[in-house]
Design a protein around this ligand. Structure first.
Ligand SMILES: Nc1nc2c(ncn2[C@@H]2O[C@H](COP(=O)(O)OP(=O)(O)OP(=O)(O)O)[C@@H](O)[C@H]2O)c(=O)[nH]1
Ligand SMILES: [Mg+2]
Length: 403
């Protein structure tokens, strides 16, 4: 008898404890359901597991069905108590639009170029523009990486203007310098990115450049910029040398909700990844496909073969709209040499000058445009995700001269 009572007590305690343990679990599951009790969809688009118990309670779950009674379908599967906690839904960011970016970021330009600007303005303001002053102006422009030829040209032009105007008034000379600098950067060049869709297929951007210049980062920033402007993009991770490169791009894609086409295999054929990315872009009906490429090719022949092949293979779908050469502004003449090699192997349609926030060598814009006959279309002004801006000669010159 005492034995029976002890067994009965154990049964009651165990059953009660189990139910008590289950109640908070079910409550927490029910709390996570949206109003109306509908189960949320999981990432795969299927109804969420374990969320299919609207109206279920601890008692109902534990009570055995009446013999012969129909079992409610939502009670046949007990909640999976071992299921991992729900992963919160990924938050897709809405980046800011591209308009006015350079103006917003001009403080960074001004900071890195202020030394150049103030040297120039001091010389102009000294009131005596003698041969030595002109030489110093020329040297200052050369230290800003404008190149010896263009610097000399600009000084000659300025000298003539000052002579013709018959004034060395600092404000007037400053205005002449401003106009001449803008003219040298050439505001007439078409700096637009040609990224409109072509009927049933997206536009394609190929990002090229030597390693470390900022290609992958710039792919991500450009994707964000386009998404911020209401466009849709797919990224192609055609730098297959390192898995890390694709992971890097994946992070950017995840943040703006853009698909990243990549290969699981290191050393996979970059051209086929690029081709597949455009394929996915066509299927998804996106506006643009941005293809990242590898930078570490040691020979010009290797570079030519690889970039040429990527471009040819993509062109089976249609044209490549923009081939953007990413150039690190801090690398000066070395960067210029690299730019020449790329321009020889692939038809560059625009230059993206990165890291302008960390250097006073913005004069490289003039040199590289002259050498390649291709406009600087975008500039990188920091490591932040929105630190990429469309280039505007006037805003640039004003930032340098501190207007
Ligand atoms: N300050 C500054 N840093 C930048 C800018 N753009 C890129 N970077 C940094 O430059 C470094 C290299 O960038 P990546 O995008 O990995 O360069 P990559 O050309 O893809 O390099 P590889 O894949 O090795 O060829 C990173 O630390 C970036 O954050 C910029 O405009 N300003
Ligand atoms: Mg990279």
């Amino acid at each position: 008898m005492v034995h029976d009572i002890i067994i009965a007590a154990i049964v009651v305690v165990v059953a009660g404890g189990g139910a008590a343990g289950l109640v908070p679990y079910i409550r927490s599951r029910r709390r996570s359901l949206p109003p109306g009790g509908q189960a949320p969809a999981d990432g795969d688009g299927q109804p969420g597991r374990g969320g299919t118990l609207p109206g279920a309670t601890a008692t109902a779950t534990l009570a055995p069905p009446e013999p012969g009674a129909a079992v409610p379908p939502d009670l046949t599967v007990p909640p999976d108590l071992t299921a991992p906690p729900e992963v919160p839904a990924r938050v897709v960011e809405k980046p800011p639009p591209s308009a006015g970016r350079l103006t917003r970021l001009r403080g960074r330009l001004a900071r890195s170029h202020s030394a150049i600007g103030s040297v120039l303005l001091n010389l102009i303001s000294s009131g005596k523009l003698d041969e030595q002053a002109w030489e110093e102006i020329e040297d200052t422009l050369i230290t800003a990486d404008m190149g010896v030829g263009p610097a000399r040209e600009l000084v000659e032009e300025l000298k003539t203007e000052v002579k013709v105007a018959g004034t060395a008034d600092p404000a007037a000379v400053r205005q002449m310098l401003r106009t001449d600098l803008i003219a040298m950067i050439n505001p007439a060049l078409d700096r637009t990115l040609h990224l409109a869709r072509h009927g049933d297929r997206p536009s394609v951007v190929l990002m090229v450049g030597v390693n470390g210049t900022g290609k992958t980062t710039t792919c991500g920033k450009l994707g964000r910029l386009l998404v911020g402007d209401g466009k849709t993009v797919v990224f192609g991770a055609a730098d297959t040398f390192r898995a890390a490169a694709a992971d890097q791009l994946q992070t950017w894609g995840d943040r703006v909700g853009a698909k990243v086409v990549r290969s699981d295999r290191e050393g996979a054929d970059p051209a086929s990844v690029a081709f597949e990315a455009v394929n996915v872009g066509i299927q998804q009906g996106v506006d643009s496909v941005i293809v990242d490429t590898a930078g570490r090719l040691h020979t010009k022949t290797g570079l030519m073969d690889e970039l040429g092949k990527i471009k040819r293979v993509i062109e089976k779908h249609g044209s490549v709209d923009e081939v953007l050469l990413v150039l690190d502004a801090t690398t000066g003449q070395n960067g210029l040499r690299q730019a020449r090699v790329f321009a020889e192997v692939v038809d560059v349609t625009g230059i993206i000058l990165t890291k302008l926030d960390g250097t006073a060598r913005g004069g490289i814009i003039i040199q590289v445009q002259r050498e390649l006959g291709v406009p600087v279309k975008l500039v990188g002004l920091g490591e932040g995700s929105d630190d990429l801006a469309f280039f505007d000669p006037e805003v640039f010159v004003d930032a340098i001269l501190g207007e």
